[in-house]
Design a protein around this ligand. Structure first.
Ligand code: BG6
Length: 510
């Protein structure tokens, strides 16, 4: 057997995963994301002994909390949002002794100077040697002030030791993303910047790379010669919940499609990277997104559909429509559902449609990517379903994480009659373990300085460029077309079905 040549550039996702001594500064420390996701994720890393011995976390927010109040609040957050991870009281106590709090007015220089004093003190006491991660989990309109103040007070001056993590959304369209990128590049180096998209932290999303590039049998088929089309679905059962303040001015296109779905798309469609290091993967992702466009940029109605949920029944409960949700403008045209047909103009994908859809209040929480292969060129057999189904490879991102391949098999009996069957891999049964939360991985990567799973400035801008024709068309004040309604608990407006049926295809039944 021929030995496999090791790649001399095999770094990045495979590197030794122990961060150097570190101060982690969390802006937005009293917010929802911090309580639900960030603090539980950091605490799990602490319990798994993946954090350095010299480690402290400083929470920063407007409220006048003390260190003690902050510790109590975070304990309550872990109990509420990660009850299985609470651990023994001693373990929490040890973690809590590393939590500190500094009240901060995001626009006020004195607050930053006070914060810096605390950081310097903790740094000296624990011999942290200047390594700091600033995590901005604040309203996007505050990003510029926070970045400018951090720069003015010298807190992000050291390119090799100071990092900034920026939560989504990164801009609300191409010009605002470009403007934010300019502010970022004026105050720090791209090497310091970690633009987060939590979908990239999901094991199953990363597994798309392993599946494609660690197996010899799929990549030769991964192109226009064998693939008919690709469907990417991210469906949620939840509605807007208490987030109307943000969501009503954002909607499914900005909240989900421009980032999470485009990232899944990029990993599915990109060329093999030369390495897994910081820029290897990102270079390929940006190339494929730059080659991508909505199918008919001049006729959006022909290639994209938007919808908004109306009242309906889900799990035996009547669900209010989007316009009846708290804090939603009753005249709102914000889409809670989007479906779009994308095309990628490169040698691999020319002519292969990628259909992406996402929505809230759909019948099921499910995220997956389904690759539909071409039909066989000649039908030799009769199928029980009257029509031979194409092979479909499905990567299930969540829940029920796994991969399945649908193919035709002979039905038992004297006749040669075929039926579609599935070959199935499930994470849970194969590895006997639950997949980790996306934030566990991404927070650790930010501490390690590994940018592979974070978005580079050009990537974000390329993704905004793809959705710009949709934004322009849908937000044209003269456009009389309103968003169509779909009943909560259904798969979106009828037009979403037509997007595929008019081309002789169908969304996968989920
Ligand atoms: C967030 C969106 O980025 O992702 C939410 O702002 C959405 O609206 C969430 O509900 C979905 O994430 P997940 O991991 O539950 O699929």
């Amino acid at each position: 057997m021929v030995a496999l040549a090791p790649n001399p550039l095999r770094i990045g996702l495979t590197q030794e995963r122990v961060p150097a001594p570190l101060l982690f500064v969390l802006f937005g420390a009293s917010g929802d994301l911090a309580a639900r996701k960030l603090i539980p994720a950091i605490y799990r890393q602490f319990q798994a002994r993946r954090l350095p011995a010299q480690f402290a976390l400083v929470g920063v927010a407007r409220r006048e909390w003390t260190h003690e109040i902050y510790r109590e609040k975070m304990h309550a957050a872990v109990e509420e949002f990660a009850p299985n991870d609470v651990g023994r009281p001693g373990v929490w106590g040890d973690f809590a002794s590393r939590l500190f709090y500094s009240p901060l007015n995001i626009q006020e220089r004195e607050s930053y100077l006070r914060l810096n004093e605390l950081l310097d003190r903790l740094d000296r006491e624990q011999n942290i040697r200047g390594n700091r991660v600033f995590y901005l989990s604040v309203s996007p309109k505050l990003f510029p002030s926070a970045l400018e103040q951090l720069a003015d007070t010298g807190m992000i001056a050291d390119v090799s030791k100071n990092r900034i993590v920026i939560e989504k959304p990164f801009g609300r369209d191409l010009p605002s993303a470009q403007e934010l990128n300019q502010i970022v590049s004026a105050v720090c180096d791209e090497k310091q910047v970690f633009r987060i998209d939590h979908y990239l932290g999901k094991e199953t999303v990363q597994n798309m790379m392993v599946f494609r590039f660690a197996n010899a049998i799929f990549e030769p088929l991964w192109n226009r010669n064998y693939i008919d089309h690709v469907q990417i679905t991210v469906a949620e059962t939840v509605g807007v919940e208490e987030r109307a303040g943000y969501y009503d001015s954002s909607g499914a296109l900005r909240d989900m499609l421009q980032n999470h779905l485009m990232q899944i798309y990029a990993l599915a469609a990109m060329e093999p990277p030369v390495s897994l290091g910081g820029d290897g993967v990102r270079n390929e992702k940006v190339k494929v997104v730059q080659a991508t466009r909505v199918a008919n940029p001049r006729n959006i109605a022909a290639c994209a559909v938007r919808g908004q949920y109306s009242s309906g029944w889900m799990s035996g409960r009547q669900i209010p429509g989007y316009l009846e949700e708290p804090d939603v403008n009753p005249e709102s045209a914000t889409p809670t559902f989007v479906a779009v047909k994308l095309m990628c103009d490169n040698w691999r994908w020319q002519g292969v449609p990628f259909y992406l859809r996402t929505g809230k209040r759909l019948p099921k929480k499910v995220s997956e990517i389904a690759i539909f292969f071409r039909q066989v060129p000649l039908l030799l057999f009769e199928s029980a379903a009257q029509q031979l189904s194409p092979n479909v490879l499905t990567m299930r991102i969540q829940p029920d994480e796994g991969i399945s391949l649908r193919f035709e098999a002979k039905m038992p009996g004297p006749d040669i009659l075929t039926r579609s069957v599935d070959m199935d891999f499930q994470y849970g049964t194969a590895f006997g373990t639950k997949t980790a939360d996306a934030y566990d991985r991404l927070l650790l990567d930010s501490m390690l300085g590994d940018q592979t799973l974070f978005m580079r400035s050009d990537e974000v801008e390329a993704a905004w460029r793809v959705v710009t024709p949709l934004l322009t068309d849908w937000e044209d004040p003269d456009a009389s077309h309103r968003v169509s309604q779909y009943e909560a608990g259904t798969w979106g407006p009828a037009a979403a079905e037509e997007l595929l049926t008019k081309e002789g295809r169908r969304w996968r039944r989920l």
